[in-house]
Ligand binder design. Structure first.
Ligand SMILES: [Zn+2]
Length: 375
């Protein structure tokens, strides 16, 4: 288990103070107020002070002066948050704005269930000021890495702020990690990110709150829009058949039951021939107009099921566990949920229309007014 977050270590505070001094001396200080500083002598440095990193930041500070960069404090004085899934990375970037360096470990299209960490992930985790991960065992490879690296104190399971649906798996009950399927749960995650970033960098609290409010406003509109769109599908056709079991939160929130999935909540499993035959029969009987492949999973098996059951395989794959590439129709969390909804509505006979949120500042809902997906 990942231990709860501990207060920021004194060493990190010292590092931040030193960076602040450098910034003030080099007249790079912006109008933004950060942690106040005093003069630091060698004797004030705590045990375990990272000399290499301090010298590194000194070097970067000098470089900034010599390059004559503007007022933007770029890099050394900003904390770094390392984030696992592409969904969480997008949400964190939206809330963090320019105040925090956000490093995502997974790339669009990566499957978090199967992701095997590479050496640069170990380096990123060791250097991070905070680590945000989904949790509920979505990304077992990275969770194992965090635990083995001894960096558990600064790791926060953002997805676990949402009460989990539980599903049977191999005789046990496990939490379903795909909490982002409901925009309401996305709002819970945004508020958790805002609060965690505010603890990490308290002077930027107002910026995080403003960024979060804008995103919460969009998500509130998205949540209502998805509900309306799904209701345009004729009731008898309002059923989902997907490749893996990633849409239970979406299904419950937006009232489109999951008729069946080829594999369970992890993509590690391989369906048996009997499972595929049973599924093809169920699809034929239910007369669903179309079934769906997913962007992070090889479509070969779901193509076989579609062929056996004589049902259409939607030409639009669903974005289950990752946002899409930059510039594409699902390049952000908001666009991913909107794009999935449009694909579902189109394939199942509803009225397709684009999601066009009003970007006027919305009053942020309070945590108690945003119910997570009910169990
Ligand atoms: Zn998944």
């Amino acid at each position: 288990m990942i231990r709860p977050l501990e207060p920021r270590k004194p060493r990190q505070k010292l590092r931040q103070q030193l960076r602040q001094q450098l910034r003030q001396k080099s007249q790079l200080a912006s109008s933004r107020k950060r942690h106040t500083t005093g003069q630091l002598s060698i004797g004030q440095r705590g045990p375990g002070f990272a000399w290499g990193r301090w010298l590194g930041s000194l070097g970067i500070g000098v470089l900034l002066v010599s390059c004559g960069l503007g007022e933007r404090p770029s890099g050394p004085d900003r904390p770094t948050v390392v984030v696992t899934s592409t969904i969480l990375t997008d949400l964190t970037q939206r809330v963090a704005g320019d105040e925090v360096i956000v490093k995502g470990l997974l790339r669009p299209g990566d499957d978090p269930h199967l992701y095997e960490p590479v050496p640069r992930d170990t380096v990123a985790i060791e250097r991070a000021d905070r680590i945000f991960y989904n949790g509920y065992n979505l990304e077992p490879g990275i969770i194992k890495l965090i635990q083995s690296s001894g960096q558990t104190a600064k790791a926060v399971a953002i997805g676990e702020r949402v009460p989990a649906l539980t599903l049977p798996k191999q005789g046990a009950t496990v939490p379903d990690p795909h909490v982002w399927g409901s925009a309401r749960n996305g709002m819970v995650m945004v508020m958790a990110i805002r609060d965690e970033l505010s603890k990490l960098s308290p002077d930027d609290r107002a910026a995080f709150a403003a960024n979060a409010d804008r995103l919460l406003g969009e998500l509130q509109q998205l949540d209502q829009w998805i509900g309306v769109q799904i209701q345009t599908i004729p009731a008898a056709q309002r059923r989902l058949v997907t490749t893996h079991d990633a849409f239970q939160y979406y299904a419950q929130t937006y009232k489109i039951p999951v008729l069946g999935t080829l594999i369970g909540i992890s993509t590690e499993e391989q369906p048996s021939a009997q499972t595929m035959a049973r599924m093809a029969a169920a699809i034929r009987q239910a007369k669903v107009p179309a079934i769906f492949a997913e962007t992070t999973i090889n479509p070969a098996l779901i193509e076989t099921v579609a062929a056996e059951s004589g049902v259409t395989l939607s030409p639009d794959k669903l974005y289950a566990d990752s946002i899409g590439v930059a510039g594409g129709p699902a390049e952000s969390y908001v666009k991913m949920l909107a794009q999935n909804t449009r694909s579902i509505v189109r394939a199942l006979g509803g009225h397709d229309r684009p999601f066009a949120p009003s970007l006027a500042p919305a009053s942020a809902p309070t945590p108690s007014s945003v119910p997570a997906t009910p169990r």
